[in-house]
Write a protein that binds this ligand. Sequence first.
Ligand SMILES: Cc1cc2nc3c(=O)[nH]c(=O)nc-3n(C[C@H](O)[C@H](O)[C@H](O)COP(=O)(O)OP(=O)(O)OC[C@H]3O[C@@H](n4cnc5c(N)ncnc54)[C@H](O)[C@@H]3O)c2cc1C
Length: 469
Amino acid sequence: MNMKPIHIIGGGLAGSEAAWQAAEAGVPVILHEMRPVRGTEAHKTEGLAELVCSNSFRSDDAQNNAVGLLHAEMRLAGSLIMASGDANQVPAGGALAVDRDGFSAAVTARLEAHPLITIVREEVSGLPPADWDKAIIATGPLTAPSLAEAIAAETGADALAFFDAIAPIIHFDSIDMDICWFQSRYDKVGPGGTGKDYINCPMDKAQYEAFVGALIEGQKTEFKEWEGTPYFDGCLPIEVMSERGPETLRHGPMKPMGLTNAHNPTVKAYAVVQLRQDNALGTLYNMVGFQTKLKHAEQVRIFRTIPGLENAEFARLGGLHRNTYINSPTLLDGSLQLKSRPGLRFAGQITGCEGYVESAAIGLLAGRFAAAECLGKAADLPPSTTAFGALLGHITGGHIVSDDEPGKRSFQPMNINFGLFPPAEAPKVEGKRLRGKEKTHAKRRAITARALADCRSWLGLPAMKQAAE
Ligand SMILES: Cc1cc2nc3c(=O)[nH]c(=O)nc-3n(C[C@H](O)[C@H](O)[C@H](O)COP(=O)(O)OP(=O)(O)OC[C@H]3O[C@@H](n4cnc5c(N)ncnc54)[C@H](O)[C@@H]3O)c2cc1C
């Protein structure tokens, strides 16, 4: 056993899973966790994989829900986080919710008991030293400041964000294109465009005034005291802009200039909401300039009053949070390795995924990739059709760089959702043409069936018989 260990920094959701996967593959691991020597603003215990807020892993429905599918794939891959969650489940309908203390205690006990894992309670305050051949940084949204500074120095300060300012993202197939139309402002083609790169939602004066009123009245979430108030010009929440005066939005992100309604060319829109393609697949569009701290239910209620978005399905709702994440699509290679420093990987929320389950899933992949290399093999990437592959694709390259706002980061954290998967056709049902929601659900079931089959094949597991799945 002369193999050098993989050093994993951070024993949260991602680091714990990465340590387990690497050790189960036969590679020694040293897991460095700073609690209880040093705490974070949100963690309350010294347990590994502490859940800092809700106790839910969200939907456990692997057939119809993207995070439920991710659960299923993680279980297939022998996930410690899922096994500990399943063993500590509390009643929560279709969701998987856990007893948070029992869950964290189970993860801690199994990692402590593993013969190939050593847990060191210390803060790592700089980048891994040169003699750590393989390392994974999994220090999460509340990475200790000295390590965050070292990461910024290595990657460039612009590549590390301390807040996310998130605009909602909508599934393309839920947008009413009989009301909206494709057009770039002034038909500008730009370096990578076609002149028809945006989806435009028109508003008349009465609709605009009602909309601005709803934004001002809508319920907002508050910042926690330790988060500070991270407003900066160019990134103001839409409701803060609307409070500055009734015309502010019409002269900002909702300006109607340079746009002609393809369905009604003679009538000039009073204001326009623009949506920009968000992923290379063209299945997701983000609401340009609509970063917001409105409560999620309020966002759905208010944004569905926008013409053309009455039935909008949101892949992600907007928010402004304290976070720490790197600009992964430019910095990391396809196996989560820092391009400028081979052998050093990132995992968890710091890579730009969002949520407990997603963070653990990226930890699972990073642990496997690093272990494979220690064993003299190449990192085996999951197919893009799986939830693992879809999430990895978002992190390492699926986003669209904005041509019209040069230099502006377009990569934003994201939960797993069906818009990240390559589309799948709904199976034909004899004598019946599927429409609307029924068709959407059938397409989703086709995506999840394909994903589970491809995941099994990627993991070298025998295929399931159709009926049993
Ligand atoms: C306030 C808050 C609330 C959230 N609520 C939810 C929620 O309800 N549901 C949800 O799905 N997601 C939530 N998230 C998002 C996110 O998914 C979780 O934070 C998740 O825990 C991220 O997993 P991780 O492993 O990347 O980071 P973490 O679980 O935070 O693990 C990182 C670990 O690294 C340690 N660490 C940090 N710096 C160092 C260092 N320099 N040296 C050694 N150790 C270090 C930390 O102590 C921590 O244990 C929330 C995030 C925040 C900040």
